[in-house]
Write a protein that binds this ligand. Structure first.
Ligand code: CA2
Length: 149
């Protein structure tokens, strides 16, 4: 478990690469998963890659990985901007949490500028496309090796 990163994706991200490519690009969630696995493997780490459209399922995944894992990368989708329940779950985490958005939420509608997830996040990625997931994993690997030293 301490070599495993949870990559958690929220509502509608199962449609990645299939709709709105001008905002989210052409890569699918399966492409993002492959990139995450490959990046983590380069650091001797594993990825548990999940997607759910249900808030409570996302919360249960956070509970599973909140201690003893190598960290959590979370793209909570629209729940980012609405969910105090996900924030409360993230606030229980003893592992680093990286918030990740494919698009640059700060150049989009005002309602996307506020993030509950950010209040619990170690770091935030936005606008790097699916490559942001790889950068987030790289940073978790860095934290892990730094803390082990
Ligand atoms: O930029 C991101 O990664 C977002 O978290 C994506 C969310 C949005 O509500 C956030 O404000 C920013 C939306 C996910 C919906 O994903 C789709 C992907 C492709 C096609 C349709 C939806």
């Amino acid at each position: 478990m301490n070599d495993t990163i949870l990559v958690l994706n929220g509502p509608n991200l199962n449609l990645l690469g299939k709709r709105q490519p001008e905002i989210y690009g052409h890569e699918t969630l399966a492409d993002a998963e492959a990139l995450c696995r490959e990046t983590a493997a380069g650091f001797g780490l594993r990825v548990d890659f999940r997607q759910s459209n249900a808030e409570h399922v996302l919360i249960e995944s956070i509970h599973e990985f909140r201690t003893g894992s190598a960290g959590i990368v979370i793209n909570a989708g629209a729940y980012t901007h609405t969910s105090v329940a996900i924030l409360d779950a993230l606030n229980t985490c003893e592992v680093p949490v990286i918030e990740c958005h494919i698009s640059n939420v700060h150049r989009r509608e005002a309602f996307r500028h506020h993030s509950y997830v950010s209040l619990a996040a170690t770091a935030v990625m936005a606008g790097f496309g699916t490559y942001g997931y790889a950068l987030a994993i790289r940073h978790l690997a860095h934290i892990k090796s730094r803390d082990a030293a």
